[in-house]
Design a protein around this ligand. Structure first.
Ligand code: 5AD
Ligand code: SF4
Length: 473
């Protein structure tokens, strides 16, 4: 009895850095912690356990962890002065990459746990609670961690959820730490994914984004035996009646198979949005990156995808200043952006990551040059994004409303093209797909007026009044 009470009183706080897979992992950790008697705290000051779920993809991301640990040290000391213990854990890719070094550099850390070991969190925490220090678990176990994590809880959920279907990468692009921090490519079995998807819909989820570092390389054990592709998996998930929308990210151009491209033309629930990183426009740089595709391969792929789904919104990742990238090479990147025309994109300065081949290349580009190139490519991408958003004004788009917006009476949702859309509407529409007339566009979002509802039970919605424009960022 007494034990149960102590258990229920424990609180945790998870701070998540980096990619969507970390967001997903944090959710799973939080659910595992609930089973161990930890509830969520609103602030780190109120938490007995603080977990930083970290990102190692670029140097800046990794450095953020150490500055955060500096702040946490003060919190830990302040709590200690009040007689309260705090366990500080570092999870995610920095934990995996730095392991023991992390404990030496930041002694405030009690526990270092890599992304493949979250199912062992309970045992690790028990040791930390017993006063053990310097606990490390960064093994790549052969067992499927997903099977050993508790099933997804039925608690109320957001309308849109992530679902990891594939993890790790075997591509070894020369700039990238992912194969080292997330390990070899692994696809979850179909039945496990379908179970999780059904569980999520029972908790109110309407949109699923399937996650994987190389999601379109998915090749999981099929529900009826054999190996299923991502397209087949998506087709199966589309049969779940409560799933209204499906997305997936991140894809590699080499794994964009015919069946997946065709699905963009066939499957209504598959949203017309695709994140397809090309990284660089010069074939010389692409070869040095070991991307295993050329600029023409990428253009041809885009042509085929657009043939299947002409209105698809394309997104990409671009790296500027890869070792040896000349002005001429960089011009090829700008050209490729102009040739493809993106709806949105992410662009980064090359960041040498310890242990990767590119970090050891001799011809590194100066930071000054990288900054200038980044500015140039971002100006072009911003213009393309604004043009894409601007072209939506006057269109009627089906919007899945996800939550209340920033101003009173306002709802926030997403268009099929993944744009944020705001409109005045009743809270009861959260979770519904509603037709919205787009009346204004900002660089990062759209604004519209609700014209009616597509879903049963929301037919009687009264037309919204004209929303203000103050939300446009
Ligand atoms: N430097 C800069 N950007 C990188 N990315 C991955 N590794 C690096 C690096 N070393 C970018 C790539 C990738 C995205 C997730 O992060 O563009 O697609
Ligand atoms: Fe990294 Fe993606 Fe290349 Fe894999 S395919 S090494 S995750 S950039």
């Amino acid at each position: 009895m007494h034990f149960a009470m102590t258990k229920a009183a424990k609180k945790h706080f998870i701070k998540t850095f980096g990619c969507q897979m970390n967001v997903y992992d944090s959710e799973r950790m939080s659910e595992a912690l609930a089973e161990l008697g930890y509830s969520a705290a609103d602030t780190p000051e109120a938490a007995d356990l603080i977990i930083l779920n970290t990102c190692h993809i670029r140097e800046k991301a990794a450095e953020k962890v150490y500055s955060e640990l500096g702040r946490l040290k003060q919190i830990k000391q302040a709590r200690q002065a009040e007689g309260r213990r705090t366990i500080i854990a570092v999870a995610g890719c920095v934990a995996q990459a730095e392991g023991r070094e992390m404990l030496a550099r930041a002694p405030v850390v009690d526990l270092v746990v890599g992304p493949q070991s979250y199912h062992r969190l309970g045992g690790l925490l028990a040791r930390a609670e017993n006063g053990d220090a310097g606990i490390i678990d960064i093994d790549f176990p052969q067992i499927d961690k997903f099977k050993h994590l508790p099933a997804r809880s039925n608690g109320a959920r957001a309308v849109s959820a992530f679902l990891t279907v594939q993890e790790g990468c075997d591509k070894f692009c020369t700039f990238c730490v992912v194969p080292y921090t997330r390990g070899v490519e692994y696809s979850r079995p179909v039945s496990e994914i379908v179970d999780e998807a059904e569980k999520l819909t029972q908790a109110g989820v309407r949109e699923l984004t399937l996650l994987g570092q190389n999601v379109n390389a998915y090749h999981g054990e099929g529900a009826t035996g054999g190996v299923w592709s991502l397209a087949r998996l998506l087709r199966r998930l589309a049969q779940i009646p409560d799933i209204a929308r499906l997305r997936y990210t991140t894809s590699h151009p080499r794994d964009m198979s015919e069946d997946l491209i065709a699905l963009h033309g066939d499957e209504e629930k598959l949203m017309p949005y695709l994140h397809l990183p090309f990284q660089a426009g010069s074939d010389r740089v692409l070869a040095a990156m070991k991307r295993r595709h050329t600029r023409d391969d990428y253009l041809e792929l885009v042509r085929r995808i657009r043939a299947a789904r002409p209105d698809i919104a394309l997104s990409t990742d671009i790296i500027v200043g890869f070792p040896g990238e000349s002005d001429e090479d960089f011009t090829r990147t700008l050209e490729l952006v102009r040739d493809v025309v993106f709806a949105q994109a992410y662009s980064f300065k090359f960041s040498p990551r310890p242990g990767t081949p590119a970090a050891a290349m001799a011809n590194q580009v100066t930071d000054e040059v990288k900054s200038a190139r980044l500015q140039q490519v971002q100006a072009l991408l911003r213009a393309q994004q604004s043009a894409f958003n601007g072209a939506c004004v006057g269109r009627r788009l089906p919007v899945l409303f996800e939550r209340a917006g920033r101003s009173p009476g306002q709802l926030a949702g997403r268009s099929p093209y993944s744009q944020a859309v705001h409109a005045i509407g009743h809270d009861a529409l959260i979770g519904d797909i509603v037709e919205v007339d787009i009346i204004a566009a900002g660089p990062n979002s759209l604004e519209g007026g609700i014209v009616g509802a597509l879903n049963e039970g929301t037919q009687d919605v009264t037309p919204a009044s004209q929303p203000g424009t103050d939300w446009i960022s």
